[in-house]
Design a protein. Sequence first.
Length: 249
Amino acid sequence: MKYVLITGGTSGIGYALAEKFAKEGYNIVIAASNKERLKETKEKLQKKYAVSVYVYQQDLAKLGGAKELYHNIKRDNIEIDILVNNAGYGQIGATEEVDFQKDQGLMILNMISLTELCKLFLQDMYRRKRGKILNVASTGAFQPGPYTATYYASKSYVLSYSRAIRQEAKRKGVQVCTLCPGTTDTEFFHKTGRETPRGAMSPEKTAEYAYRKLMKNKEVAVPGILNQFFRIFPVKIKIFCVELIKKKK
């Protein structure tokens, strides 16, 4: 059986992806920072699906966390066929008001740990001449985000980096896809002290869409017709809309 590693797989899109992969017969490897949630997630998945579930408690918002996770998985002789870099968080507020330590953790988690995990697992995939990577960005990757400046910038990095390594990887039998979801009904907004906007897509629908596009070897996957339509708007209009929405909240 094949193994999929999902970071941040205890809730939201990450957990929905874990369920989808389990339905398709993949053994599940989940990395997250909360020990209790990892335990609960493992129990839920094992009750519902006839697959093996492995969990690793790891804080990827700290430097060195990605390498430690990789070595722990290698120590357990688990061969990762699909890497899903889903873990991430955002901060809402004027850039001078957002605590730098929180911004720093965001940048480490959203960009540095993602990059390091890609580098480490790509080496293994290249040797086997097969494998897939799904990096989770955001529709925020397509324009700057006033009052979410660091988060949007980090997702722009994820999109640019993923598209670049896709070009390198395809020559070696490895596929790289970037998921750019819009507003999704997850814990993202609650963690920033905001209510989830109306019309948010369910994580289950997002996961189903992401899985299909990954298996079809799509370069960029944008779930939702409105999100796809909004993507083609001029950047200055999108920046204005983002700023207007954030100021109202």
